[in-house]
Design a protein around this ligand. Structure first.
Ligand code: BGC
Length: 759
């Protein structure tokens, strides 16, 4: 575990050898001592540590406890939730959130913070999408890695969750995510893998659901084979709250700590299972060692965070997260606008976080209307306000009519619209993509009379823009921005800050266009991931389906020029992309360089393109920077099912720089030697695979060509012959039969003797 502490800071109570503990004592460590704590063994000098949600603020409950965000928690800064951090495309933002959270967690006596969540936004209807970063595993993994490193450098352990394939709330305790292994590896496990291998989170939290029929908490393949054996994870695996069904089975699968506690019953079940021989005592020892190491690593360092500074930080980070989707006629910023009408309940009662276990008791909340008033007053802008709608859907007609009347008197109308919190919460998936009908009607009626209309959105998952998109002039997608979101939005609207967020998820035209439309959220306790690896932009780009706004889209108040893409091959399966970015506009701003890879090499269907690297650069007007982005082998690899490993095939790869996933700016073709890995050949392998083999191929071709050409009118080039096209996909054994013994199997197999599966 990579927790930062000095040697004097370790928890002295916890530095206890296993040999000093009885079986009962060791087993007692493997279930929580309380709702938010591990079990203590005072007589053996083992202390307790505290765990708390997470992920975007500390939810420390000192009195009533629950895991649904119902009871009171201590005041803490509500930083931008993951949906916003994902849209920042900034490791710096993620890292600053992690570092600040560490201070607040320590001050509140929290040793492990339950986050980040890196599940993939499989459907826009996912109820917890606001707690997850992106539809892309690289973006999610890179941001979460930065967060975990900073959190743990601050002396607080992370809990990477929800492992794995917990991409919906419907039936979340029982649903089986039925996913093929390539899809798991390339999409749903990939962000977890990156965080585990690069940031060593103190704990990994298993999810509630089943994966291919086996509960995550009892899934040996997931918790032991993949996580520990393949990824080398040495920290503690903990359960989501209440995810363990059978304690001995969970221990055998690799789950160390079952939460929450107290767990007398669960301890007894473990002890009995050891005595009955269903669980090895060594398994209890291993898990107890990991829990003790977690306790030992949690050296409580005092902290006194400056909550004013953290509020300021929350505001500053939020400005990097909002995404300017549309800005026709230079409507934004409003710094030269004479009169503004603000409309909408969310301008006075902002939505800034989702519901459920991540719900933070914010230390304070910036109210957008008040922050807008400050900007307006400083510039002499006339400001008016109308509520326009009510989230409880009362007085809708009267509120709308009053707003529409006022709209004719303003130069620009700014509507604060969004989803009610009750619709975006843990435990529920959404049932529609559209904004509430009353808001849609309001926006359309306002836009019909107002000279200019701006819509500011607050929503945890994307919303459909279709019904009103073309009626309005500008759209600022704020998602959920945390407690400083109100000031951030005001700064962005008036140009005190320049938008630099980019979509971390595609906004489709219709729900029906989404790749999971037919299979989300599944039925009868099964959800089949039929879309395979074609999730989000991977799907839209592959099938050429139009979307409203692509992954990676986001505008700025300045303009950037991107030039001089150079790609240098740096090894058999690595490359380095270099690109130059210039701010050619008049305001300082940030640009997200997005590098994608497109290839058709290898035996599997690849998405049209996949994000391979990204970075965000700040540029003053006229400033130029040349950035380098490393493309490691994973940028080119696919998961090979028969070989059960990542493979980079030799062949052609196009490295692309895009304004977003749809709009390419530059590209360069490179050839990679690849891993030289080929599937092992047997007599059941295709003839084509035999012919492609670097050692066996040539002699086989020489023997086969005259046989295939026999009787043919014209000796065609061998590979192009009709006969070859027909036999290419036949198993070699069948061809041997057809040759009537002219080629025998011993000779064939002897060709491979001096050649393993590596070319
Ligand atoms: C959630 C977790 C959370 C835990 C503790 C569960 O319901 O799924 O994300 O960390 O409760 O509150």
């Amino acid at each position: 575990m990579a927790l930062a502490r000095s040697s004097a800071e370790g928890n002295p109570m916890a530095q206890v050898g296993l040999q000093a503990l009885s079986l009962e004592q060791k087993a007692s460590l493997l279930t929580g001592g309380g709702f938010w704590s591990t079990a203590a063994i005072p007589e053996a000098g083992v202390a307790t540590i505290v765990l708390a949600d997470g992920p975007h603020g500390v939810r420390r409950q000192k009195h009533g406890t629950d895991h649904l965000g119902l009871h009171h928690s201590e005041p803490a800064t509500c930083f931008p939730p993951a949906v916003a951090v994902g849209s920042s495309w900034s490791e710096e933002v993620a890292s600053k959130v992690g570092a600040a959270l560490a201070e607040e967690a320590r001050a509140l006596g929290v040793d492990v913070l339950l986050g980040p969540g890196v599940n993939i936004k499989r459907s826009p209807l996912g109820g917890r999408n606001f707690e997850y970063y992106s539809e892309d595993p690289l973006l999610s993994g890179v941001l979460a890695t930065a967060y975990v490193k900073a959190l743990q450098a601050g002396g607080v352990g992370a809990s990477l969750k929800h492992f794995a394939a917990n991409d919906q709330e419907t039936e979340r305790m029982v649903i089986s995510a039925d996913v093929d292994e390539r899809t798991l590896r390339e999409i749903h496990l990939s962000a977890f893998e990156r965080v585990v291998t690069e940031a060593e989170p103190a704990t990994v939290m298993c999810s509630y659901n089943k994966i291919n029929g086996v509960h995550a908490s009892e899934n040996h393949w997931l918790l032991t084979q993949v996580l520990r054996t393949e990824w080398g994870y040495t920290g503690a695996v903990i359960s989501d709250w209440g995810a363990v069904r059978t304690r001995p089975a969970a221990l055998n699968a690799g789950l160390d700590l079952s939460m929450p506690g107290p767990g007398h019953h669960s301890t007894q079940a473990l002890v009995k299972a050891v005595r009955d021989g269903r669980v090895e005592e060594s398994a209890v020892d291993r898990a107890a060692e990991r829990v003790l190491a977690l306790i030992d690593g949690s050296g409580r360092r005092p902290a006194a965070p400056d909550l004013d500074a953290h509020h300021e930080l929350a505001r500053e980070l939020a400005t990097e997260c909002a995404v300017l989707l549309k800005n026709a006629h230079g409507t934004l910023p409003l710094d030269r606008t004479s009169s503004v009408l603000v409309v909408g309940e969310f301008a006075t009662t902002p939505r800034y976080q989702g519901g459920g276990s991540s719900h933070v008791n914010a230390t304070r909340v910036d109210v957008p209307l008040e922050c807008i008033e400050n900007h307006a007053a400083a510039r002499g802008t006339t400001l008016m306000y109308a509520r326009g709608f009510d989230t409880r859907e009362e007085d809708g007609d009267a509120l709308r009519a009053a707003a529409v009347r006022a709209a004719t008197e303003a130069e620009v109308v700014v509507v604060f619209a969004g989803n009610p919190e009750a619709e975006e919460t843990e435990g529920l998936d959404r049932d529609r993509l559209e904004l509430p009908p009353a808001q849609v009607q309001l926006i359309k009626e306002l836009a019909a009379v107002a000279p200019r209309t701006v819509v500011v959105l607050a929503n945890g998952g994307i919303v459909s823009l279709e019904e009103w998109h073309d009626d309005v002039d500008a759209i600022l997608e704020g998602f959920l921005l945390g407690q400083g979101g109100g000031a951030a939005i005001a700064d962005l609207l008036f140009g005190a800050a320049n938008p630099s967020g980019r979509l971390a998820e595609t906004i489709p035209h219709r729900l029906k266009d989404t790749p999971t439309y037919l299979s989300f959220p599944g039925e009868q306790e099964h959800v089949r991931y039929n879309e395979g690896v074609m999730i989000g932009y991977r799907y839209y780009e592959t099938v050429g389906a139009p979307v409203r706004y692509p992954f990676g889209h986001g505008l700025s108040y300045t303009d950037f020029d991107v030039s001089d893409l150079r790609v240098q091959v740096d090894g058999p399966a690595e490359a380095l992309a270099t690109v130059t970015v210039t701010n050619v506009g008049t305001r300082a701003g940030k640009y997200v360089v997005q590098v994608y890879v497109s290839t058709h090499t290898g035996p599997v269907r690849r998405p049209e393109r996949t994000l391979a690297a990204f970075t965000k650069v700040h540029l003053e007007p006229a400033e130029t920077r040349t950035v380098q982005l490393s493309l490691d082998r994973r940028a080119f690899a696919y998961w090979d099912l028969p070989l059960a490993r990542w493979v980079v095939p030799d062949g052609a790869y196009v490295v692309q720089v895009g304004e977003n996933a749809s709009a390419l700016l530059h590209e360069q073709l490179v050839h990679l030697a690849g891993d030289g890995v080929r599937p092992p050949l047997s007599l059941q392998s295709d003839v084509a695979d035999w012919l492609a083999h670097p050692v066996a191929g040539a002699p086989l071709r020489a023997r086969l060509a005259p046989l295939i050409a026999q009787g043919g009118p014209e000796p065609e080039p061998f590979e192009d012959s009709d006969m070859m096209r027909m036999v290419g996909s036949m198993p070699m054994s069948q061809i041997l039969n057809l040759t009537g013994g002219a080629i025998d199997s011993d000779w064939l197999v002897s060709l491979l003797d001096n050649s393993d599966t590596r070319a």
